[in-house]
Design a protein around this ligand. Structure first.
Ligand SMILES: *Cc1c(COP(=O)(O)O)cnc(C)c1O
Length: 360
């Protein structure tokens, strides 16, 4: 059986060493020493001045919306994971969808201005599969209209844009460190901003707004993460280079083995390089995709229609809306298995099955 993804698991002894430390200290959560160490090491690795380790990517999004005082309408993409949209609704705001660019699969910046109303306060854009949005144009629009920008960079761990961490862009960027992501702490998330005031406020919000004994500096929530999760993040960070290298090799093997397949790949931002967080194919038709999925299923090989369906016509709490490219591409996009332990032989097999469906 080949799953679409498998969490990276480091050697157990490496994790156990941290667990022993935790047992000795008896400090389990609430910004403990391992959480602080993880924040420090991540800042070092990502070359960032500020970041916060939080409970998950969704809470990170909610804190981002709150800390920027986002209200009213938020322009966002219908081609993302549900949390991108649900966080906006959860915070009492209205998502206003804009179609994606058919090449990058990110929000189409040329369509943003038409969606702005007097109630618009922010743009929430996803770097889909880690591929950076058209940051320069989004930046330009946000300045022109005085809008906040939040990037959902859940897929973009380790991605650089113009030589800087992708997390530095926008007012706030968030990342998810969920077990299914390329780099993970089982559950976890990051809030990144270059603004020290926003960081301070987000840190307060992460801990119920508590600013001291019996004093409250702001409205808050429980966005803290535990020492056990931080330990996983610390151990996995020791392996990040080999994780990234392996995924690059596996992606190259897919490209080589899938030669001859009628397929389109998302076009990567020219100012950046991929982190291979996913291996998406845009196939010729939904009919062909369904045949591929069913044939792979028969061989116990599992793929994921990611993202399908469009968030603009599948959420019971929002009115349905159609979009030319999102609707079309979400029906034809398929993510193939990609994880650290996947082998080139397995990729060879997966590719052979797919090509056989096409050539029959
Ligand atoms: C995973 C993911 C999230 C949510 O992150 P969690 O850590 O699971 O809460 C948000 N947005 C995108 C695009 C994601 O892929």
């Amino acid at each position: 059986m080949i799953q679409v993804t498998k969490p990276f698991l480091p050697p157990l002894q490496e994790y156990q060493q941290y667990v022993e430390q935790i047992w000795k200290r008896q400090w389990l959560t609430n910004m403990g020493p391992l959480s602080s160490e993880l924040e420090m090491r991540l800042k070092d690795y990502l070359k960032l001045d500020h970041l916060l380790f939080v409970s998950n990517g969704t809470t990170a999004l909610q804190i981002a919306l709150k800390v920027l005082d986002v209200k009213g309408e938020v322009i966002t993409t219908p081609f993302s994971f549900v949390a991108t949209t649900s966080a906006v609704v959860w915070e009492g705001c209205t998502p206003v969808f804009v179609d994606i660019d058919k090449n990058s699969l990110n929000i189409d910046p040329t369509k943003i201005e038409a969606a702005i109303t007097p109630n618009t306060t922010a743009i929430l854009a996803t770097h889909v599969y880690g591929n950076p949005c058209d940051i320069d144009r989004i930046d330009h629009i946000s300045k022109k209209y005085g809008l906040k920008v939040i990037y959902d960079a859940a897929h973009a761990f380790g991605v650089q844009y113009k030589g800087k961490s992708i997390f530095e862009f926008g007012d706030v960027s968030i990342c998810s460190l969920h077990a299914t992501k390329l780099y993970h702490s089982v559950e976890g998330g990051l809030i990144v901003t270059t603004d020290p005031e926003l960081l301070k406020k987000s840190a307060l919000m992460r801990n119920f707004g508590i600013s001291g004994f019996g004093t409250y500096g702001d409205l808050g929530i429980n966005g803290k993460n535990s020492e056990l999760h931080a330990a996983m993040g610390l151990v996995n960070l020791l392996h990040i280079e080999s994780i990234l290298e392996k995924r690059k090799e596996l992606a190259a093997a897919y490209h080589k083995n899938l030669k001859g397949l009628h397929v389109v790949y998302p076009v990567w931002n020219a100012n950046s390089a991929p982190n291979y967080s996913y291996f998406p194919l845009i196939l010729e038709s939904e009919e062909f995709l369904l045949k591929v999925v069913s044939e792979l299923d028969k061989h116990q090989i599992f793929t994921r229609r990611y993202f399908y369906p469009s968030l603009a016509n599948s959420l019971p709490y929002l009115p349905a809306k159609q979009f030319t490219y999102t609707d079309d591409i979400s029906k034809r996009v398929l993510c193939l298995p990609l994880y650290h332990e996947l082998t080139k032989e397995e990729i060879h097999l997966i590719a052979r099955i797919i090509l056989r469906v096409q050539n029959n």
